[in-house]
Design a protein around this ligand. Sequence first.
Ligand SMILES: [Zn+2]
Length: 515
Amino acid sequence: MPRQRQTSAEQQTRTRKPTPTFLLELPLQVTPGQAKRLRAHLEAARQFYNAILSEGQRRLLRMRADLAWQAARAIPRTQKLERQRAFGVLRQQYGFSEYALHDVAKGLNCAWIADHVDAVLAQTLASRAYRALNRVCLGQARRVRFKSRGRGLSSVENKRNDTGLRFVLQPPEGGNTGYLLWQDDRLEALIDWKDPVVTYSLRHPIKYARLLVRQASSARAQGADAQSQRYCVQLVLKGVPYHKPKHLVGQDTVGLDLGPSTIAIVPRKGTPRLEVFCAELAPDASAIRRLQRQMDRQRRASNTANYDERGRVKKGRLSWKHSKRYLATRQRKATRERTLAAHRKTLHGRLVHEIVAVGKTILTEKISYRAWQKQFGKSVGLRAPGMFLDMLKRTVARTGGTLVEVPTRSTRLSQFCHGCGQFIPKPLSQRWHQCPCGIGPIQRDLYSAFLAAYLDPADSLPSCAQQRYAACWEGREPGLQAAYEHAVQRASVGQHLPRSFGIPRVRARLPESPR
Ligand SMILES: [Zn+2]
């Protein structure tokens, strides 16, 4: 788990070099009695977490109210050491550090809570609260969120595998079974020994275990308890994850252009591709939209007094009635959303492996996904391109390749023309690159991906790669055109293509030239 800490001297001495880590998730077989006890433990852990968060928040607010805090903030960032020291003194004074919160946890973990939450678990909860608060402290988050009773705590973790919450694997002569032990309960894990991923992973040393609660579609779903929850254990293992033999690793260099809804993949040698990014998600998204509209109708039907004559929600504090059918629809929508997230992950994984199979040196423009979220909120929310790129980065690193994100501001691939070497800005609506120097017309995303593919990672200015562009363009252009034609053919089969593909509404009309 990545941790962001403001480095204070005390913490610097404690940081160790992290070893590679991967996860394995196993479902747990939980009896109704065990489920009840688990819920009680988790509820205690939730209240405990909130208590630490509240104490930490109090300390944070007091620290920020101090005049010395403003003084420390006024120190220019160039005087790094001095700034660090000033903040460090304040943190020490107000007891705002991970270890100070561990002490808080020690004091709070008494009476009935101690029956549910053991000491190490209390420490990890305190660390978790500290990480949330530290994000606020560093300006990376606006506020912390307390865990409500309704939502509860959906995971607890240990930090070692010898006391408290721990996973025990029995030797083959003992039956080859695995158990998660917590308090007096022994929860059996379902282990599929025929699954190569599971057998590979369980050969590795376990760092610690994490108990997860996952929502199922209903109480009648397989493995779900009376509250329609499933339990599983996530093992944090030392080593690198299993690499399936079917996933090949290519040697090519690949240029990527990731748009909010499209992806252009242009390798130096292989076949270029232009695709709708995660096209298969569209039906899921529209099903969710329909459920949302149904929920709205149901809410209106049972709360007529809350709407004015024009159908708008009245202002002020209102009380809302939730009908049984509304709640059922809400649950259906939540299930749909979970499936969509899982589906998206599958599609991302598939595409990642398809790209890595072509080449493991990947060049793409660095994009601010936060800015995208503002501009293309709906599409980015559905397809999660940032998450995809993170996954690609991880996989590429694991296979020994590199993913280079070139800075957008200096390279400006979408404006560059390799024919004349000039940067000519195009509005976002202009989806074609066509230059008076004779380059084009070529679809914009494909062209940027082509430009990215031949960049030199060390010096990422496109003008430095101009010789390579000139040498390859003749050979690559037909392939790029074919990729575009292929995408359009699929559109005529029935797949909806977004406007960013640049297909004119009437197919016969040719793209306009820039001017
Ligand atoms: Zn040109």
